[in-house]
Design a protein around this ligand. Structure first.
Ligand code: PRP
Length: 187
């Protein structure tokens, strides 16, 4: 598989073992039960694997927010949790934490509802882009400041369903968003 600027950061097997480790961490920590709150849409592949690897019985729910407006930093909730989290342990499940703005916003929102505890589990952490400090309780992989696709992470809606995590060249994608399709989706 060759394409300019493309590099596999995690293979399918490495993703599997990373998810297994995170599932074991959560299963050990939340023996009294937990609400897994997935952020739409990027967290879906990770959450889906995570819940099937976990050995406790989690409740699953979803949150969707609007993207951050570039200059104002304002967001709003498009879809809130349906589950009442009063007195419960909640884990925010993210595909990636970048600036931290999304996680900080959701953490703040959920913390106001008197849960027992709000934690964060992210598959990817890219700390080089952090704008606000956030505490990440469970992290799959920390990556350098590179653009990544696959396993939930997209470019213009593409590449989310890849079974690998890959770094890609933004300038190549800017020219042709489908530039990596041939290499990553072999016929
Ligand atoms: C991505 C990702 C996180 C957020 C992290 O979502 O899924 O939710 O960005 O970025 P931050 O730390 O800089 O706030 P995106 O808005 O791209 O939506 P998506 O999940 O639908 O891809």
């Amino acid at each position: 598989m060759t394409a300019p600027g493309l590099e596999i950061l995690l293979t399918e097997e490495e993703i599997e073992s990373t998810v297994a480790r995170l599932a074991a961490e959560l299963s050990t920590r939340f023996t009294d039960g937990v609400v897994l709150a997935g952020l739409l849409r990027g967290s879906v592949p990770f959450l889906s694997d995570l819940v099937r690897a976990i050995t406790i019985r989690p409740l699953i729910d979803f949150i969707a927010i609007t993207p951050y407006a570039p200059n104002t930093g304002r967001v709003r909730m498009l879809k809130d949790l349906d589950i009442d989290i009063v007195g419960r342990d909640v884990v925010i499940v993210e595909d990636i934490v970048d600036t931290g703005l999304t996680t900080a916003f959701i953490h703040g929102e959920l913390s106001r509802r008197s849960p027992r505890r709000v934690c964060v589990c992210t598959f990817v952490d890219r700390p080089a882009r952090r704008v606000v400090p956030v505490e990440l309780d469970h992290v799959g992989i920390e990556i350098p400041d590179r653009f990544v696709i696959g396993y939930g992470l997209d470019h213009e809606g593409r590449y989310r369903n890849l079974r690998v995590l890959a770094s890609a060249a933004p300038e190549v994608l800017a020219e042709d968003p489908d530039a990596y399709v041939g290499a990553l989706y072999p016929a």
